[in-house]
Design a protein around this ligand. Structure first.
Ligand SMILES: [Zn+2]
Length: 82
């Protein structure tokens, strides 16, 4: 289960969607981090995810999910490739 923090809940919808898609893809991919498979799946479910990631990064760092949830926020690890 992905639990958003109170701060994340207040973000605009497209950024909340990005956070949820981001964490959901982590649950599907066995590898850690944001490798090729993770990025390919993100491209499939949310073709503009890099733009959303970029916007979220500059709005506020570390607002994503409850630290007690499965995956820790690691927004700084996503490289805006391509
Ligand atoms: Zn991640």
């Amino acid at each position: 289960m992905i639990k958003l923090t109170k701060k994340a809940v207040r973000l605009e919808k497209r950024l909340r969607e990005y956070i949820i898609a981001h964490e959901y893809i982590h649950t599907l991919v066995m590898e850690n981090g944001h490798g090729e498979m993770w990025q390919q799946l993100m491209d499939m479910v949310m073709p503009d995810w890099r733009k959303r990631h970029h916007d979220l990064f500059w709005i506020e760092k570390g607002v994503w999910i409850d630290p007690k949830a499965i995956y820790a926020a690691e927004v700084g690890n996503v490289t805006a490739a391509n």
